[in-house]
Write a protein that binds this ligand. Structure first.
Ligand SMILES: NC(=O)C1=CN([C@@H]2O[C@H](COP(=O)(O)OP(=O)(O)OC[C@H]3O[C@@H](n4cnc5c(N)ncnc54)[C@H](OP(=O)(O)O)[C@@H]3O)[C@@H](O)[C@H]2O)C=CC1
Ligand SMILES: O=C1Nc2ccccc2C1=O
Length: 318
């Protein structure tokens, strides 16, 4: 397998178990919490997380903006799984939407409290889009220094970023000084219709031993819209079912395996038991390289971006 698959294997729980794909809490936040005013515990999310943990997920993706730390803590408690057998990740909000903390140190301390844990397994800067109004004077540089300090203090086992472009990563490298304190992860939107969220980002990350995590990996199955209108006909519509038949796997499993074989770790979400189970049953088969190449080729015939559209759809970011 490729060099970058080994990067996935570098990540373990504190007890040394390999990490599974991530189960996200952002999708639920968007669908449930965001539409409500009450910041109370969302039982539906606790149940979905508990199900994912029971079915074998050990890696949970949270974020300050999702306001889902309490639900994660509750699901972990109810699961009875030892903390050191889990891999819990969260993110600092650099200033989009409502600001929750005045800086990343405060955000990490708050996350630890809300998650009822002494350490986080992974902590990310959610995006490089700091603004003077939104970010309380913080910058990529100051936030990255705060993450390094949190790692040195033992509050966080691994540090990384999300939605970063090459030039943003280079800014963290300057602060880090040595490779030891480079980001270990860049979580980006990734699927066949967006094989590089920004120019050359996937290859650059691999060259610098930064694990790329994919959010939205299943987008081609359900998310393809233009101006809010669902597009029924796009290049993978008939090819994914074809591969599904060939390998005896669902189209979602084909997409997750495609991502994984590229050395990219999927962060996915489902509230349906069968789908959660299936999303974990992707280690026992391998896509032929020719099929991966064909997904790449068909994917490149169509462009779709589901997140941060205005910030990336500038000619120089493509
Ligand atoms: N860093 C960032 O800026 C961002 C991070 N994220 C993180 O990534 C996580 C995952 O992102 P998301 O885009 O939801 O990931 P996916 O691409 O995995 O999409 C998940 C959605 O797909 C549906 N789904 C799951 N299985 C199938 C299937 N077999 N067939 C068809 N549809 C299916 C689910 O619905 P159902 O429940 O009905 O199965 C769910 O709504 C988020 O929760 C969040 O934690 C997301 C966006 C931005
Ligand atoms: O999960 C997420 N959904 C989002 C929508 C807009 C911006 C960020 C996010 C997430 O991180």
């Amino acid at each position: 397998m490729t060099k970058s698959v080994n990067l996935i294997q570098n990540f373990t729980t504190k007890s040394g178990k390999p990490i599974t794909f991530g189960t996200g809490t952002g999708t639920k936040w968007q669908n449930l919490k965001k539409s409500r005013d009450v910041p109370a515990l969302t039982e539906e999310l606790v149940e979905a997380l508990l199900l994912a943990l029971k079915l074998g997920y050990n890696h949970i993706d949270g974020a300050e903006i999702y306001t889902t730390h309490e639900e994660i803590a509750e699901a972990v408690k109810r699961s009875g799984i030892a903390r050191e057998d889990l891999f819990i990740s969260s993110k600092y909000n650099p200033g989009f939407g409502e600001i929750k903390s005045s800086n990343a140190t405060e955000a990490i301390d708050k996350a630890l409290k809300e998650l009822n844990t002494e350490y986080l397994d992974l902590y990310l800067i959610h995006a490089p889009f700091f603004t003077p109004e939104g970010s309380n004077g913080e910058t990529v540089e100051s936030a990255w220094q705060r993450l390094i300090d949190a790692k040195k203090a033992g509050k966080v086992r691994n540090i990384g970023v999300s939605n970063f472009r090459v030039e943003d990563l280079e800014r963290t490298f300057k602060v880090a000084g040595s490779k030891e304190f480079y980001p270990k992860v860049n979580q980006i939107e990734f699927h066949p219709y967006l094989q590089n969220q920004s120019k050359n980002i996937v290859q650059f990350a691999a060259e610098n031993e930064i694990l790329t995590e994919a959010y939205g990996p299943l987008s081609p199955l359900f998310r393809i819209k233009k101006d809010d209108v669902v597009i029924e006909d796009h290049p993978l519509v008939s090819y994914l079912p074809e591969l599904s038949k060939k390998y005896g796997k669902t189209p979602a499993q084909i997409l997750l395996r495609y991502t994984y074989q590229k050395g990219i770790l999927p962060v996915t979400t489902s509230s349906q038991e069968e789908r959660i189970k299936q999303s974990l049953e992707v280690y026992n088969f391998e896509l032929e390289q020719a099929d991966i190449d064909e997904i790449d080729r068909l994917g490149n015939l169509f462009h779709f971006r589901g997140f941060f559209i205005p910030l990336y759809e500038k000619p120089e970011s493509k």
